[in-house]
Design a binder for this molecule. Structure first.
Ligand SMILES: NC(=O)CC[C@H](N)C(=O)O
Length: 198
């Protein structure tokens, strides 16, 4: 297909503006998604960081959760960061009462996985698919992937073995926030996935 890739950013809550700015800087045609009709015609979707339980409630009350699930299972490329990764997880550990996810990624994700040890931290993560240098990863009340099914490829793990970047088919998720560091490699990797699926 020709033309610029059209990438939606879920804009119910959280740091959607930062994602929109990075994607725009990489040449994508970005639109903010708040209602089901806005999903029509997009080639990819980003689920931002923020608070997953709030995004879950808003997505359900705006009748977006069903259409988002359908788009994910139809193969739309989706990249979730932090709260967005929680939304993509098939299983949430330590969710609030009644919290639902959209699902799609065959993983168990623990919310606020570093909470009792440290709330937020930064570290340099080697990520082989992105090459050198390591990615400077910013974790903010971040989740971690504690278990993953066979279709999931871990892209990065912490020294304790917990996964913090994963990929499964059309889906990509990171516990951390590449949209706040100026390192655009994760978004470029995602846009490549989007281009390949058009
Ligand atoms: N920076 C973030 O996205 C934090 C995620 C948040 N702790 C949640 O549960 O959704």
């Amino acid at each position: 297909m020709t033309g610029t890739a059209r990438v939606g950013v879920l804009a119910l809550q959280g740091d959607f503006r930062e994602h929109a700015a990075v994607l725009t800087s990489l040449g994508a045609d970005v639109s903010l998604i708040r209602r089901p009709s806005e999903l029509t015609g997009i080639d990819g979707l980003v689920l931002p960081g923020g608070e997953s339980s709030v995004m879950d409630k808003l997505a359900r009350s705006f009748d977006l959760a069903g259409p988002l699930r359908e788009a994910i299972s139809a193969g739309l490329p989706v990249y979730g960061t932090c709260a967005g990764l929680i939304l993509l997880a098939d299983r949430i550990l330590d969710g609030i009462a009644g919290q639902q996810s959209l699902g799609g990624l065959d993983v168990s994700v623990r919310r606020n996985a570093f909470g009792s040890q440290l709330d937020s931290f930064e570290t340099d993560l080697p990520i082989p698919i992105l090459g050198d240098p390591p990615v400077h990863a910013v974790f903010i009340r971040a989740p971690a992937v504690e278990a993953a099914g066979p279709a999931v490829t871990p892209l990065a793990s912490l020294p304790d073995g917990r996964m913090v970047a994963v990929e499964q088919g059309n889906l990509l998720g990171t516990s951390f926030h590449p949209e706040v560091t100026g390192d655009t490699r994760f978004h470029a990797y995602f846009l490549d996935k989007v281009e390949r699926s058009r």
